[in-house]
Design a protein around this ligand. Structure first.
Ligand code: ADP
Ligand code: ADP
Ligand code: MG
Length: 672
């Protein structure tokens, strides 16, 4: 076994790999980009080396620089993690050329599987069922159109070099095919530098089932059972579990055997995952990921194995200690905590994590790449942490996961935490009614903001301000020489009798005022904005022993809310998991949160312009997509703020733009 390891990655996976490597006595070497200098993975290493500026192309994707650092630091092996260089055959070769062990498969296996079209052709030869479609060399428009007709609609166009859920286009009708093909090629060329595509029958309601495999250099290839990763958004997983539930044992075995055959067909070594798509009784090979996968912990928990340790041993040439799949015990489910806003079309979010707490519960494992105080930057993908629960059966694992998500606290950056809680609480998920349409089918339950949520958030925020005022008044009354000092009254609060105060808040882009009338023990609260009728409630509130927890009584209904203040910003989490943020408005120098829909379209976070869909002078409707920005491995559609005419267009494809840059301006109202 080697004694030192460089981890060519960041975030939770770099931290997780180093945890095992250190336990095995290896010296751990981290690399970091300029924005990651103080990040958790740097702290977790024995030593860490800078590799360049924040954009991945200037740091985590620089093969020569990373190999050079490894050589200088005396690393005997390099683990690539997932993403970045993990499936880059040239990187595996560069490591070998420098005499450093690449912890992964041989470059030839990476190449064979890296191209979805070639991989499918190989699999067909090996007798592994593949999704019906076309993956031929002839890429002419005529041939592709003809093949699409043969396959039947809806048809899926995939970039041969695609990955990470990007580069896929569903085409519903034959007459839309030519245009969709042109768009798919354009995107494939700009995103992957390769415009070849393949066509697949688009399955209506499939499950994503995959198999973990391990292979040594002595001819043994085994599987470690199945995982279901059907709960996805943008073709990317958010919840994964092992074993795949609601699947007969004989079927699990058939799929696992196909995965082992797939790995053998490319002389695979080390850990890998073979992904299948299953519908009805059929299952088809989709692709093989020739690396450790994000969701590997669920397999670790049921197999009682450390897959990173397996990878390191296999890379060092050791033999697999089993000839077939070892016994698997219980069930495990993972939820990915991501900095993104499901309610805003999954927009990735940035910001400082002002508060972060994970539970320490039985059967629960947390793999996190961040800690409290860290800043989520726009340069990398949005995964912050994984919350994984294990139990003797699925119901127990699910209950533990729900409890762990309930106890997780994260403030300062938008996340999908509430959505995760809703998914694991959902009846269809509990019954394992899984398909890749899960989120779409249950969007109403899972994504809808409850209609009363903004009001409840506002009341809780106002209650926090009022309780603070009362406490301050009490303190002043206690500490001033004259307990009946008029200063107390001047602040607006008399502990006895009545007093009135009014505060304005910015909430979801509108200004809402709250008028509170103190009645010796409770408040009469009126709130509203210029477009809504006032609402009035009777509010009682006091602080619980835990400082940021409030006990609220609203018109007699008792509940609790977690309310935290960060300066003027108030973050509320209600008992049902609903969260919201409001900001106190000061009468002078207003924060402008209610900015009227101006015609300006700006970059919400830094990114790269990947598509411009309009030209100056074009008439557009409110909501129509004007440009597409890529940031944090996600495409953001930027829409027209109003009906009108595109007056200015200051962005072109390929531009790197800073947050707040104006990209277009729509002059309102001249639509017709
Ligand atoms: P998995 O099945 O392990 O989730 P994905 O294909 O979704 O596999 O990718 C794994 C991770 O790597 C994801 O977080 C994804 O955003 C990231 N990723 C994918 N491709 C790249 C790339 N070229 N550069 C950096 N990160 C990537
Ligand atoms: P990537 O390399 O981006 O991970 P995959 O080929 O693994 O691409 O597909 C990602 C996801 O897209 C799958 O998990 C599935 O949800 C969906 N998908 C892929 N192929 C099909 C298909 N033929 N029909 C329906 N959905 C598909
Ligand atoms: Mg995939």
């Amino acid at each position: 076994m080697f004694r030192s390891l460089l981890v060519a990655n960041r975030g939770e996976i770099a931290v997780r790999i180093m945890r095992t490597a250190r336990r095995m006595g290896l010296r751990c070497i981290a690399v970091y980009s300029e924005v990651d200098r103080d990040s958790l993975h740097v702290t977790a290493a024995d030593e860490a080396h800078p590799i360049g500026p924040a954009p991945p192309a200037d740091s985590y994707l620089r093969i020569e620089r990373i190999v050079e650092v490894a050589r200088r630091a005396g690393a005997e092996a390099i683990h690539p993690g997932y993403g970045f260089l993990a499936e880059n055959a040239a990187f595996a070769e560069a490591c070998a050329a420098a005499g450093i062990v690449f912890v992964g498969p041989p470059a030839a296996a990476i190449r064979a599987m890296g191209d979805k079209a070639r991989a499918k052709a190989l699999m067909r030869e090996a007798g592994v069922p593949v999704v019906p479609g076309y993956d031929g060399e002839d890429q002419s428009d005529a041939r592709l159109a003809e093949e699409a007709m043969r396959i039947g609609f809806p048809v899926l166009i995939k970039a041969a070099a695609g990955g990470g859920g990007r580069g896929m286009h569903v085409v519903e009708r034959a007459e839309d095919f030519a245009e969709a093909l042109a768009a798919a090629r354009r995107i494939a060329r700009s995103a992957f530098g390769d415009d070849r595509v393949l066509l697949e029958r688009y399955l209506a309601k499939p499950r994503h089932i995959e198999v973990q495999v391990l292979a040594d250099a002595h001819g043994t290839v085994i599987d470690l059972g199945t995982r279901d990763c059907s709960v996805q958004r943008r073709y990317q997983k958010i919840i994964e579990e092992a074993p795949a539930p609601a699947l007969a044992e004989s079927r699990r075995r058939t799929i696992a055997d196909a995965a082992v055959a797939a790995a053998r067909a490319v002389s695979y070594r080390n850990a890998g995952t073979v992904e299948f798509i299953a519908e009805g009784d059929a299952f088809f090979f989709m692709e093989m990921n020739t690396r450790l996968q994000v969701e590997h912990p669920v397999t670790e928990m049921i197999a009682g194995l450390d897959l990173v340790a397996c990878q390191l041993r296999l890379a060092a040439g050791e033999r697999l200690p089993f000839a077939a799949c070892p016994p698997l015990a219980g069930h495990a489910i993972e939820a990915r905590l991501c900095a993104e806003d499901p309610a805003a079309d999954w927009r990735p979010a940035t910001g400082r994590i002002v508060r972060l707490a994970f539970p320490d519960h039985e059967g629960v494992r947390i793999d996190s790449g961040v800690r409290e105080g860290d800043t989520v930057t726009p340069f990398y993908d949005s995964l912050l942490a994984k919350i994984i629960a294990h139990g003797p059966d699925r119901a127990t694992a699910l209950r533990r996961l729900a409890g762990a998500l309930e106890a997780t606290v994260i403030d300062g950056v938008a996340t999908n935490l509430l959505l995760l809680r809703r998914i694991v609480a959902h009846e269809a998920f509990r019954c394992a009614e899984l398909s890749t349409r899960f989120l779409a089918d249950h969007a109403e339950d899972l994504l809808a903001a409850s209609r009363t949520a903004p009001d409840r958030v506002l009341i809780a925020a106002a209650a926090a301000v009022l309780v603070d005022e009362i406490e301050r008044a009490e303190r002043t009354a206690r500490t001033s020489a004259d307990p009946h000092s008029p200063w107390v009254a001047l602040r607006g609060w008399r502990l006895h009798g009545t007093a009135v105060s009014e505060t304005a808040f910015d909430q979801d882009g509108r200004v809402r005022w709250v008028r509170a009338e103190w009645h010796d023990g409770y408040w009469r609260l009126r709130f509203g904005d210029e477009n809504e009728a006032d609402t009035e409630v009777v509010l009682r509130a006091r602080r619980e022993a835990e400082h940021d927890l409030l006990r609220l009584e609203v018109d007699g209904v008792v509940g609790r809310a977690r309310v935290r203040r960060y300066g003027d910003e108030i973050v509320v989490t209600l008992a049902d998991g609903t969260t919201g943020t409001v900001r106190i408005r000061h009468p002078l120098g207003g924060t402008g949160g209610a900015a009227a829909a101006t015609g300006s379209v700006t970059a919400p976070i830094p990114g790269r312009v990947v598509r411009v869909l309009v030209s100056p002078g074009q008439v557009v409707a409110r909501g129509e997509t004007l440009l597409v920005l890529e940031a944090m491995k996600t495409e953001l559609r930027l829409a027209a703020p109003c009906d009108g005419v595109v007056q200015r267009l200051s962005a072109s494809v390929g531009d790197l733009v800073a947050e707040g840059t104006e990209l277009a301006f729509v002059a309102a109202g001249e639509g017709d």
